[in-house]
Design a protein around this ligand. Structure first.
Ligand SMILES: *Cc1c(COP(=O)(O)O)cnc(C)c1O
Length: 425
């Protein structure tokens, strides 16, 4: 594929040859568990990684392979591994770098699932998570020691809608030869280009904007071109440089492939098996074709609605990156040239009015999801953040009257009319 393809074109054509197989325009769904090797020798060679080819769908699948190749190309990465969920992608990315007795640095503005993964699940595996502020990269360096293996943050955080200083974070990581991982779910490759800012690995939940219609759960890990240079000979990542007994002493660093996703596939997907199913991969391939157009519309509509809410007499404040003012507006101006996604929040002052607004909307759905074509409304303090006490809620910006919206693809005039009647009824 010519390198000159832009992401929009890659999303439609990359990684699938229409002249292969039956010549189908649509990518076929290879709904299969296993593959005929043809000969005992081929089977042995594939298992020994002396020959690349299909082995078993837990390791690779042609339909999922198109999704992986396309998504990597769209984001400007070297290779990708699709997983059974965004949560699985995050877990694999961490487990591919850190082991018991080591630590990772985690942004404080982060998806709740990632926080509980770090604070409870991997803690039981002996991996410590240290928390930093992704808008203040200077908070990172004091946390780094010889056992630090990864720095993880979100480009646009869900749910707090804060923008990370990706370049600042990546620069510090580079000085210490530590891999950076960005969760780029909310921004998508169209609003934020992680590898242009020096980030090493991206993870995504494909369940959100890539699916686009709330059709299935999936995730993906993408690595940048040239990441091997950081892994090879790096004391922090001995497991990429020393013989792997589970592959008869194979040394990843000696293989001529993008090593991060290769190891995640051969070791983690092999042993844990949280991979994308062929049909679900196919759904994401459909979503990826139009992601570019949809994320633009989501962003335009959200901005229009945020501006309208900002003038509403019952609304105390509105949070949308490009109009927020302060650090978020500054960072959004630098990193988000094409829009800031469909997420926004606003404060109506008290829980009673927030709940009334939720109950009276006719178009918005009361659902805890984002990135759907259908607009969604939530009341964080009584749902997603219910387990926190009042002070903890305030600490993470969850006011009792806070209402969060994921703006879908309906006509924004209809959404505004719906919010107007809900706020006033
Ligand atoms: C939803 C989400 C996840 C988890 O993805 P699933 O596909 O639901 O497992 C991770 N990170 C962010 C930012 C998300 O919004």
């Amino acid at each position: 594929m010519p390198k000159s393809w832009s992401p929009e074109t890659a999303a439609i054509h990359a990684a699938y040859d229409k002249k292969s197989g039956e010549g189908t325009m649509a990518v076929p769904i290879y709904q299969t568990t296993a593959y005929e090797f043809g000969s005992a020798e081929t089977a042995a060679n594939r298992f020994a990684l002396q020959e690349l080819g299909n082995i078993y769908t837990r390791l690779n699948n042609p339909t999922t392979g198109v999704l992986e190749g396309r998504f990597a190309e769209v984001e400007g990465g070297a290779a990708a591994l699709a997983t059974s969920s965004g949560a699985a992608a995050t877990f694999y990315a961490i487990a591919n770098l850190a082991a018991a007795g080591e630590n990772i640095l985690l942004a404080n503005k982060i998806y709740g699932g990632t926080l509980s993964l770090a604070q409870y699940t991997i803690k039981r595996f002996g991996i410590e998570a240290r928390i930093f502020d992704p808008q203040k990269p200077e908070t990172i360096e004091p946390l780094i020691d010889a056992k630090t293996r990864a720095i993880i943050f979100e480009s646009i955080s869900n749910p707090s809608i804060d923008i990370a200083d990706a370049e600042g974070i990546a620069a510090i990581a580079k000085r210490h030869k530590i891999v950076t991982i960005v969760d780029n779910t909310v921004a998508t490759p169209y609003l934020f280009r992680p590898f242009d800012w020096g980030v090493d690995v991206s993870v995504h939940s494909l369940s959100k904007y890539t699916s686009g219609q709330g059709l299935g759960i999936g995730g993906i890990i993408v690595e940048r071109h040239g990441l091997n240079d950081l892994l090879i000979g790096n004391d922090r990542y001995a497991h990429f440089n020393e013989p792997d007994p589970s592959y008869h002493g194979l040394v990843y660093a000696k293989l001529p492939f993008p090593l991060f996703t290769l190891r995640a596939r051969l070791s983690l997907a092999r042993d844990i098996g949280a991979i994308s199913q062929p049909f679900t991969s196919w759904l994401f391939i459909q979503g990826l074709e139009t992601l570019n157009l949809r994320i633009q519309r989501h962003s335009e509509s959200a901005l229009e609605i945020a501006k309208w809410l900002g003038k509403h007499p019952k609304v105390k404040s509105v949070k949308y990156p490009t109009i927020a003012g302060g650090i978020n507006a500054e960072l959004a101006k630098k990193y988000l040239k094409n829009g800031a996604s469909g997420l926004l929040s606003f404060d109506v002052g008290d829980a009673a009015l927030a709940k009334k607004t939720l109950n009276n909307t006719k178009i918005f759905s009361r659902v805890v999801n984002i990135g759907d074509s259908k607009s969604i409304i939530t009341h964080p303090s009584s749902t997603t953040h219910q387990q926190l006490n009042e002070q903890e809620q305030l600490d993470c910006g969850i006011l009792p009257g806070l209402v969060r919206l994921s703006i879908g693809l309906e006509n924004p005039a209809d959404l505004i009319a719906d919010l107007e009647q809900a706020l006033n009824s």
